[in-house]
Design a protein around this ligand. Structure first.
Ligand code: FES
Length: 161
């Protein structure tokens, strides 16, 4: 039987098959979820906060736990939407604000503009450029000097299920 999930802050309710994952809920709502790791529980791009109904979701698995540990915006109610499956009614989730980018090239394309929302790292969820900040070459250099975007390397080192 289908279960109802509510998405905040857009206040949309949608149903998902019992045992369906939260990611399918987000995609059904046409939310643009990057899914950098392809739904394998290894990135930050499907990170959500569960505002209500944590016990109506499957428990956190080991891989999800390890990934959540590196997400800088992780809270006690954080889950990865691709790993959390819906078992009961009453789940309310909220997406962290901001937009994930998956390479420095994405930022480079925005040089000379102000970020219209926080730009986030796809693995750690770290804010790379704050909303409203002007993106310059030096912003890009600063990010390049301090941030690794070797996602393939990261994924190949995380092999356990
Ligand atoms: S899509 Fe990467 S963890 Fe869910």
């Amino acid at each position: 039987m289908a279960k109802v999930v509510r998405l905040e802050p857009i206040a949309q309710e949608t149903s998902v098959e019992t045992n369906g994952n939260l990611l399918s809920v987000l995609i059904n709502q046409d939310l643009d979820v990057l899914r950098e790791c392809g739904g394998r529980g290894m990135c930050a791009t499907c990170h959500v906060y569960v505002k209500q109904g944590m016990d109506a979701l499957t428990p956190i698995n080991r891989r999800e736990q390890r990934t959540l540990e590196v997400i800088t915006t992780c809270e006690t109610n954080s889950r990865l939407a691709c790993q959390a499956r819906v078992l009961g009614n009453g789940v309310v989730v909220e997406l962290p604000p901001g937009m994930y980018i998956n390479s420095l090239r994405d930022i480079e394309a925005l040089i000379g503009r102000r970020a219209d929302q926080d730009l986030l790292h796809p693995i750690t969820g770290q804010v790379l450029v704050e909303s409203g900040k002007l993106i310059t070459r030096s912003t890009l250099k600063q990010i390049a000097d301090t941030t690794s975007f070797k996602l393939g390397e990261y994924f190949s080192h995380s092999t356990d299920a």
